[in-house]
Design a protein around this ligand. Structure first.
Ligand code: PNS
Length: 169
């Protein structure tokens, strides 16, 4: 039977940090479902459909594309995980600052459904300082994020926040 993990997040937008984590997850799981949370209360920059489209474009040439699914979910993550017949949640950790939030979330999810485990992978060193928020902030202020996000995301950010000047990092 296939080992399936759900990789949930806002992905507003997806970065190379997320894709790095996906690659790490694929070494352990047969299939990974990238699950984009529909949480309008968070006021995302990109709509659910835009995030879905950007992720699809970002992984379209991935050598393991056949082992990846991309989906959206509403409501509780643990309920979604059960509906796709998985029992594993995949999350990334960058720095100690991520820990408190992740710990709280993992324990809450365990309380909600004790059959589901959360697994944490350490983000690659190259991406340790990247987050969706900081990427948006840089682009909004006119900076360049080439090499930090997939090209479809770079285009989406430029369209939404104004084209950044092409400068080397
Ligand atoms: O990328 P993010 O914003 O850190 O992802 C957070 C996310 C979407 C995984 C989390 O907010 C979530 O699971 N939301 C769904 C609602 C839910 O199940 N909440 C209880 C878990 S704390």
């Amino acid at each position: 039977m296939d080992k399936i993990a759900v990789y949930p997040g806002s992905f507003d937008p997806i970065t190379y940090g997320h894709l790095d984590l996906l690659d790490r997850g694929l070494t352990i799981f047969d299939r990974i479902i990238i699950a984009i949370a529909d949480n309008p209360a968070q006021k995302p920059l990109f709509t659910l459909e835009e995030r879905l489209e950007m992720i699809k474009l970002s992984v379209q040439d991935h050598p393991q594309r056949h082992r990846l699914d991309i989906d959206t979910f509403h409501g509780l993550l643990v309920d979604y995980v059960r509906t796709v017949k998985s029992s594993a949640i995949l999350r990334g950790l960058r720095a100690v600052s991520d820990f408190e939030y992740e710990f709280q979330m993992a324990l809450m999810n365990r309380k909600l459904n004790g059959d589901i485990e959360t697994l944490y992978f350490m983000t690659g060193m190259r991406w340790i300082y990247i987050s969706s928020s900081i990427i948006k902030e840089v682009v909004a202020s006119g900076g360049c994020v080439t090499g930090l996000v997939p090209e479809p995301v770079e285009r989406g950010l430029a369209k939404r926040l104004g084209a950044p000047a092409k400068k080397s990092l």
